[in-house]
Design a protein around this ligand. Structure first.
Ligand SMILES: Cc1cc2nc3c(=O)[nH]c(=O)nc-3n(C[C@H](O)[C@H](O)[C@H](O)COP(=O)(O)O)c2cc1C
Length: 216
């Protein structure tokens, strides 16, 4: 197969690449305590050690989310299901500072356990975070490395084998925006086919084999 190189433009990661990103909704609060919510895909577990679990979240400096996190260091990552695409996208709309995007959706909130931003009830998984380091790779971008203070899931959902858990959550993936001449869209996919392949467990891992001990 012949290959060709692609020219990089602004936001190359969602322009040049067809990279399936996860979809989350990040909640923050401003200094007055107003809730802010917006979808975020550029995030990844940064430290996988249970001794210092950390997340990396990548945000454009201009967004309210970045300003709120810079102001108080706290955020919650909420994981929505694929049947919530309209509400997820509604939280991406621009509103003036202080407006709670969740008021324009069917989402409801409940307090987080450790931080001021709330959890979104209709999401199936939540990570409560406090920033420990900020990296600025460009004048437009701010990257937050944050300690994971708490992870919570829908009660009972963690008590079934991992394969069934994966089947039970049909999650969206994000392929970035499609900027047409007249209309703009966000492109999503949906993960609802789960396949199991035999795996060779890595027993040299210093933290022990990567098996789900609760169900083995
Ligand atoms: C599915 C999806 C994922 C997104 N992921 C990111 C992201 O990882 N980083 C970012 O800076 N903007 C991302 N955006 C754009 C922001 O969510 C959007 O600009 C939003 O208006 C910012 O809101 P805020 O100013 O209330 O924080 C994403 C948008 C969508 C629809």
């Amino acid at each position: 197969m012949e290959k060709e190189s692609i020219t990089l433009h602004v936001a190359w990661h969602i322009d040049a690449l067809l990279h399936p990103f996860p979809v989350t909704i990040v909640t923050t609060v401003d200094p007055q305590g107003n809730i802010n919510a917006a979808p975020y895909s550029l995030l990844i577990p940064f430290s996988s050690s249970p001794k210092n679990p950390q997340m990396l979240l990548i945000v454009m400096k201009a967004w309210h989310t970045a300003k709120n996190i810079e102001a108080n260091g706290e955020f919650v990552i909420n994981y929505p299901k694929a049947d919530q695409l309209k509400d997820i996208t509604a939280t991406a709309r621009y509103y003036p500072a202080g407006v709670n995007e969740l008021d324009y959706t069917r989402y409801t909130t409940m307090p987080a356990r450790t931080v001021r931003p709330p959890r979104i009830v209709e999401c199936f998984q939540h990570i409560e975070c406090r920033v420990c380091e900020i990296i600025r790779p460009s004048s437009m971008q701010v990257n937050f490395i944050a300690d994971v203070l708490d992870i919570s899931v829908n009660k009972g959902s963690y008590d079934v084998p991992r394969t069934k858990r994966a089947h039970n959550v049909s999650v969206p993936v994000y392929f970035g925006p499609d900027f047409g001449l007249n209309e703009q869209y966000h492109l999503y996919g949906q993960v609802n086919e789960i396949h199991s392949e035999p795996a060779e467990l890595n027993r040299v891992n210093t933290q022990g084999p990567c098996v789900d001990k609760r169900h083995s």
